[in-house]
Design a protein around this ligand. Structure first.
Ligand code: SAM
Ligand code: SF4
Length: 352
């Protein structure tokens, strides 16, 4: 059954008419959030993410003009929140101008950014001026030497400076930490201290068998329930009312044994699916629209754009992708599939 998907009209090229109802998939999930991987290039080589293989060629990469067109159509259909990711979004030349143009799209309520922080110190002020208020910054260790081991670059100090600058400028900052046994599981107390001392929310993400899956290992995987158990030995964990489901994260207030408070989130794509609340689509750096991070079905929007398709054609393809959005994925931490069946696309092309 195709279910209650939206009634919407999208005109050809120049004008785009407004949607008439929220975009819903066949499981009554409202789809309002688009994640855009604006490049698969990156200035780091995180061990869990970047395989050494070839990147998308420049010709295959969507231009900013093409991305703007897709975003405008998606927004006209009812999507209102955008996240820029990658690869590392800040390495793509012209990104600031792109953000400024995105910010002019009426009805696009929010543009967020996920970054590794390497270029943040120098770009934070401009990002803020362009209208970005929320940053997710990935940082898996607070130890400079270990940072080099995980990312391949000796740039911890630069990332740390970027985080400080972002906080000083008043961004809402979330620090994303991929929890990995034997790699950074001895630093959870340090991350808890970070959350109590700095105005940041620290969020732990389960290590997924996606990206550079050659480095994925069941032994390294730590389920969110185990993580919560570890944090409850550091103090009292109280679910935060109203923000318990902040995106895919379950967010808690941690009150440490010495009375300090901070916000800690847990993102559990493997052990506790949030598929029933999923509101997102992903556009890869190569212009393919994905309805699920962990399902490989993609709609080739770039082919439509470059084949002379109209906005109406783009809108229909977006709607069809939403109609076909799978109910959920099937990876569980007790699944024998874990580590075998997974996303064939590269994390940097999809954007996490
Ligand atoms: N370069 C930016 C960054 O690192 O924040 C944005 C792109 S990165 C692909 C987006 C997020 O995906 C990061 O927080 C990263 O830690 C996460 N990620 C990448 N590979 C992962 C994996 N195998 N398991 C869990 N999270 C992963
Ligand atoms: Fe680059 Fe982000 Fe992937 Fe690390 S996680 S290699 S910073 S894209």
């Amino acid at each position: 059954m195709a279910g209650a998907y939206c009634i919407m009209t999208v005109s050809t090229h120049s004008s785009i008419t407004k949607h008439l109802a929220p975009l819903q998939d066949q499981y009554a999930r409202t789809i309002s959030y688009l994640r855009l991987s604006i490049t698969d290039r990156c200035n780091l080589r995180c061990l869990y993410c970047m395989p050494p293989s070839a990147l998308t060629t420049h010709a295959d990469l969507l231009s900013f003009e093409e991305m703007l067109r897709i975003v405008r159509v998606a927004v006209s259909m009812g999507m209102n929140k955008l996240r820029l990711t990658g690869g590392e979004p800040l390495v793509r030349r012209g990104v600031m101008d792109f953000i400024r143009r995105l910010a002019q799209i009426k009805s696009l309520e929010e543009i967020r950014l996920t970054t590794n922080g390497v270029l943040l110190h120098d770009s934070a002020a401009e990002l803020r001026k362009a209208g970005i208020r929320n940053l997710n910054i990935s940082l898996d260790t607070l130890q400079p030497q270990r940072f080099k081991t995980i990312t391949g670059s000796d740039l911890f100090a630069q990332v740390w400076q970027g985080i400080q600058t972002a906080c000083e400028l008043g961004f809402h900052v979330k620090i994303n930490v991929v929890a990995m046994r034997g790699i950074n599981d001895d630093e959870f107390a340090d991350f808890a201290r970070l959350a109590t001392r700095q105005p940041v929310q620290v969020r732990f993400i389960e290590f997924m068998p996606i990206g550079n899956k050659g480095n994925w290992d069941r032994e390294r995987f730590i389920a969110a329930s185990e993580l919560r158990g570890i944090f409850s030995t550091l103090g009292n964990l109280e679910p935060l009312p109203g923000s318990q489901m902040e995106g895919p994260a379950r967010v808690y207030q941690l009150t440490t044994l010495d009375g300090q408070t901070g916000r800690i989130g847990f993102i559990s794509p493997i052990s506790h699916h949030f598929c029933d609340q999923c509101n997102r689509l992903r556009l890869t750096s190569g212009g393919r629209l994905r309805a699920c991070l962990l399902h490989d079905h993609e709609t080739d929007l770039k082919a439509i754009l470059r084949g002379g398709g109209s906005n109406d054609d783009i809108g229909k393809a977006i709607r069809q992708t939403i109609v076909n959005k799978p109910k959920g994925h099937t990876l569980h931490d007790d699944s024998t599939e874990l580590g075998q069946v997974n996303c064939q696309g590269r994390m940097s092309q999809i954007g996490g």
